[in-house]
Design a protein around this ligand. Structure first.
Ligand code: 5GP
Ligand code: ZN
Length: 121
C-alpha cells in the first residue's frame, strides 16, 4: 500500500508488540519525540478495536519506560491529530508521545496542548 507508515522497516522500531510499534519522529519537537503506530492500516483512534486498545496501553507504557531510561523527561504530552482539520497529515493511526523537560518551557506557561492549540487558532 502507498502509505509511509505501512512501510516502516522493523529495524526502525524502538519498541513493538502484537499490534503496535514505536519509532522516533523524523522531526522531533522535543528530545525523544516518538510515534506509536498501528501495524494494521486504519486512520484514527476511533477505529481501534477492543483487542488493540489493550495493546495500545501496553506499548504506551513500554515506550514511556524506554524514554524515561534514555532521556529522563519530567513530563509528557500525548497527542493525536484525528482528521485533516485536526492537523493529521499521515492518514494511518499514530499517537505522538512527546517528552517534556523543566527547561523546555522557560515562560512557565500552563495548559499544555490546550494552550498550543489556542496559540494557533
Ligand atoms: P501528524 O501531523 O499526521 O499527526 O504527524 C505526522 C508525524 O509523522 C509528524 O510529526 C512527522 O514529523 C512524522 N513523520 C512523517 N513522515 C515520517 C517518516 O517517514 N519517518 C518518521 N520517523 N516520522 C515521520
Ligand atoms: Zn498505512
Amino acid at each position: 500500500m502507498n502509505c509511509i507508515f505501512c512501510n516502516i522497516p522493523p529495524e526502525a522500531y524502538v519498541v513493538e508488540n502484537t499490534h503496535f510499534f514505536a519509532i522516533k519522529d523524523r522531526a522531533p519537537v522535543t528530545k525523544g519525540h516518538a510515534l506509536i503506530i498501528s501495524k494494521r492500516h486504519f486512520q484514527t483512534f476511533f477505529e481501534v478495536s477492543p483487542e488493540e486498545i489493550l495493546y495500545l496501553r501496553e506499548i504506551v507504557l513500554l515506550l514511556k519506560a524506554a524514554l524515561d531510561d534514555e532521556f529522563q523527561p519530567e513530563g509528557f504530552n500525548l497527542g493525536m491529530n484525528c482528521g485533516r482539520h485536526a492537523g493529521q497529515t499521515i492518514f494511518h493511526f499514530h499517537l505522538h508521545i512527546i517528552p517534556r523537560y523543566a527547561d523546555d518551557n522557560p515562560d512557565e506557561k500552563t495548559g499544555g496542548l490546550r494552550e498550543y492549540i489556542q496559540d494557533i487558532l
